[in-house]
Write a protein that binds this ligand. Sequence first.
Ligand SMILES: [Zn+2]
Length: 329
Amino acid sequence: MKQVICPHCKGKVEVPELSNTVVCPYCSTTIQIPTGEISKEHYIMRTQFTLQQSRDRLFSWVVKQLGAPKGLDQKANIRDHRLVYWPFWVVGIKASSDYAGNQWKPDFSGSHSEKTSRTKIFLKSGHIDTHRDVFVPAHPGIPKHLRRFVIPTRRKEFFKRELVLDSGGFQEAVHVDRDKAVELAKGEVKEALLKEALKDVGVVNRIDYDVNVSAVFLVHVPVWHLRYSYSFKSYEALVDAASGRVIFSRFPMKLAYRASLIMNGVVQLVVGGGIGLAVLLVGLFVLPASIYAVAVDLFGLALGLGMLAFAMRYFITAFSLKSGVETAG
Ligand SMILES: [Zn+2]
């Protein structure tokens, strides 16, 4: 553990390994490591949902999921709970790109007697503007479901350590520094602009970017890490403690639902496989040996395998532990 002196209150602050930003425990000042600069742009989302409220939100969400047991909210119990404030950099980026590329289009300009269609290369250029906030996870331990979650930060407040302590939460350290976060965010926006350009033209010959950072701030976001038990098994869940939204939860699936999935798989297999086999037999024994018979055989085989793949998807869903993810709206 390294130590730094807080530039605001002169208190000794311990710096956890790999941390790039620390918060003074005495005065809540956010200090950049190693420059020692004070960072004013450090915010927190206040915990609005208590453990009990988050639990209620979670269970009422789970019972609405397809195949989940109806009485789960009455019988499930929270076994384990942790409130973690995860750090994110939010990088506001205003960017534009100018690009030029090639596009292939069928050419119908030939005479009518000429049956063969030709393709012609068109040169095309365009311009895209974008303005977005990029979330950069600042800790390697941030759960993957949370990484994809759109975090609403409109109600952010200046970071105060008391808000973490009073809520009984734990604040995770910042492992990604500001410059690195900005670099990652710029890269992400450039990639998105290139993808946009590729939707317009098949091949990009030239692309110029103009990327400007409009704002950078650090925000700690509270997340309930919950584990609940239901009929001798336990399931994990994440609930956004600021908005009360369920980020992710695993949940049990009713036996009847599983059975119906298996039945569907069997029907697919029997009907699809049967038709595939019939087509295959027609190709083999009914049709005279020819290129058409081979084509019919291949078609039958493809049909059979395709239905097998469909059936497998039902089986996999039926036998795997169902996990649901609520997408941020
Ligand atoms: Zn201090």
